[in-house]
Design a binder for this molecule. Structure first.
Ligand code: 1PR
Length: 553
């Protein structure tokens, strides 16, 4: 059976290729209009801007062959933007028409009551027909799939789209279409290739379906039907691997205490070695991590392009890890060791093609924020954030911040940062009862005259889709997350916020979700040292009433 991938150059295609290969199928990439005639099934993954996908299809000369393929009701699976393109158009790019194969328009989520993008694991309310199709027991409360999008097709029972709706999902006070089917044309707003085993089951159903199965009659969510309870976006538990070469040149997972990754001099002073990156990534996937983050923490010293071991780690890890992978470290404009200039977009694209779903930008984001304020709030389009968000979408760009506390006796003593001072949980070394959070670069080594809240506001304006909020002082302490810092950032932005640094027990996760209303919480040391299991964190969250994706069978 010839399964073809419709790749227009910006999707996270490696994740999908790996998932399909894991299921025993090889996919060929469509190279010409003629390939549409050879395909038994086509999968169309979409990441990034609606217009990027639609215009790319036109420029590749694929729009008409695709229309003919769909008009012939041949097996097709669209994913995320690959689903949105089937509709008449999108608010994201009103100037560009969609394929119009399905009725309705794609609209932007409102951020009045929730963070946007909708990023994470949410339930899906399948119709009975949908349950048969997915092969998943969706009556269970816990079935969840991975979403990452700022636009969606709104669902109302009387809208034309209801006639092709297989499933809906709720986000905040909105309900949107999360799966559609018309004949043998299927599409999902969520990413089955990043939705763990539930997603793999859905992909297997599509790949193994025969004509008889796919001829199912369209069914609709009848008006007033006894819909299941509304779905909820779960809080994400993320495992983080700080990766660097040890003194023998081997790439290892290490861990800092306030960013110092070396053991005490009297113990040899070597780089802490907590395991191999690929092994730990596989372990955390199997233990139920909702996302995994790998940070190349010595990236400011060398070009990641020359750092093939890190790219190889990513290629190998992504072969059998089916939850989102974020890669950070060295994502910026740089000059290759051979003197070739490389844009941040080129660097990021290498990571996306190697299996990353999101890239994380650290030091360069601080410099971009400084330039943003220096220019009076101009977005010049040249920062790494803007370069990458334009084709791949904001949801693919994370900014990782490394602030450290500056204690002061009064807000006035904070000078230009007095508006962003907070009262920390503990007084400073000289009894100071106020502090502000100073941004750093080079892994906490160089302090900048910019505070964390200023950075957060600037990078959101520049198009970042998520904030990973570390804290140098709290890193590795096991004392819990820095709530004062996280509330300060949470109040400032409408994009998802990930709490990081300081987790010491499962209760710290419940506390940070309850007190700071963050979207995800990350830990490193307690997981690497097997002091706390991811399952124990999720059990605690479940007991405390925090919506969380249950471990999969
Ligand atoms: O500046 O774009 O090259 O990115 C460098 C990246 O590496 C940034 O994301 C930066 O945060 C990270 N980084 C640089 N140096 C270090 C270090 O530790 N010496 N890691 C480092 C930062 C913070 C988290 C840590 C949490 C949880 N570490 O990654 O895992 O604090 O730890 P815990 O649960 O054990 O407390 P660029």
């Amino acid at each position: 059976m010839a399964v073809y991938l419709l790749d227009y150059g910006a999707g996270n295609v490696r994740s999908l290729v790996n998932a399909v290969k894991h299921l025993g199928y090889d996919m060929q990439v469509i190279q010409s209009a003629e390939d549409f005639d050879k395909a038994d099934k086509i999968i169309f993954p979409g990441v990034g801007a609606f217009s990027k996908a639609v215009v790319a299809l036109q420029e590749l000369g694929y729009t008409e062959p695709l229309r003919r393929y769909l008009a012939a009701n041949r097996p097709f699976l669209g994913i995320c933007v690959g689903m949105q393109c089937l509709f008449e158009g999108s608010e994201e790019n009103p100037e560009v028409a969609g394929l119009g194969v399905l009725p309705g328009l794609v609209r932007r989520f409102s951020s009045a009551d929730k963070t946007v993008p909708h990023m994470g694991w949410n339930g899906v309310r399948f119709l009975p027909e949908g349950q048969r199709w997915t092969g998943v027991d969706t009556t269970a409360e816990t079935s969840a799939y991975y979403f990452v999008h700022s636009f969606a097709v709104p669902y109302t029972a009387d809208a034309p789209v209801a006639g092709v709706t297989l499933a809906v999902t709720d986000y905040g006070n909105e309900t949107f279409v999360s799966a559609v089917r018309r004949g043998r044309i299927f599409a999902t707003q969520f990413h089955p290739e990043k939705s763990g085993y539930a997603g793999l089951r859905l992909l297997r159903t599509f790949l193994t379906a025969t004509a008889g199965d796919e001829g199912m009659p369209a069914t609709t969510l009848a008006p007033g039907s006894p819909l299941a309870t509304r779905t909820r976006l779960t809080k994400r538990v993320i495992a983080c691997l700080d990766v660097r070469a040890n003194d023998h040149g081997d790439l290892v997972v290490t861990k800092g205490d306030q960013y110092d990754v070396r053991v005490a001099a009297e113990d040899g002073g070597h780089v802490r070695n907590l395991g191999k990156p690929v092994d730990l990534t596989h372990r955390y996937f199997n233990e139920g991590a909702d996302e995994i983050c790998l940070l190349n923490i010595t990236s400011f010293r060398n070009s990641p392009l020359a750092d093939q071991p890190m790219l190889e780690v990513l290629r190998r890890a992504s072969e059998s890890v089916f939850v989102p992978l974020t890669i950070g470290g060295g994502i910026r404009d740089l000059v290759d060791p051979d003197g070739t200039p490389r844009s941040a977009l080129e660097v990021a694209s290498i990571y996306f093609r190697s299996g990353a779903d999101k890239v994380s930008i650290g030091g360069d984001a601080v410099l971009a924020a400084e330039a943003y304020y220096a220019s009076g709030g101009q977005c010049t389009g040249t920062s790494a954030i803007e370069q990458i968000a334009r084709p791949y979408g904001s949801q693919a760009v994370v900014v990782s911040i490394d602030p450290r506390r500056v204690y002061v006796d009064s807000p006035e003593a904070a000078g230009a940062h007095r508006a962003n001072v907070v009262q920390p949980a503990q007084p400073g070394p000289n009894g100071e009862t106020w502090c502000w959070y100073q941004c750093t670069v080079h892994g906490g080594r160089e302090a900048r005259d910019l505070d964390a809240r200023q950075l957060a506001v600037a990078v959101e304006a520049l198009g970042a889709g998520e904030l990973l909020v570390n804290c140098v002082d709290q890193d590795g302490t096991g004392l819990g997350f820095d709530h004062a810092l996280l509330r300060n950032i949470r109040d400032a932005v409408r994009i998802p916020v990930v709490a990081s640094s300081g987790a010491g027990c499962a209760a710290h996760f419940s506390n940070v979700f309850r007190v700071c209303d963050v979207d995800a919480a990350l830990a490193a040391g307690i997981f690497h040292r097997r002091e706390v299991a991811i399952a124990a964190v999720k059990e605690q969250l479940h007991r405390d009433g925090v919506p969380v994706r249950e471990a999969e069978a």
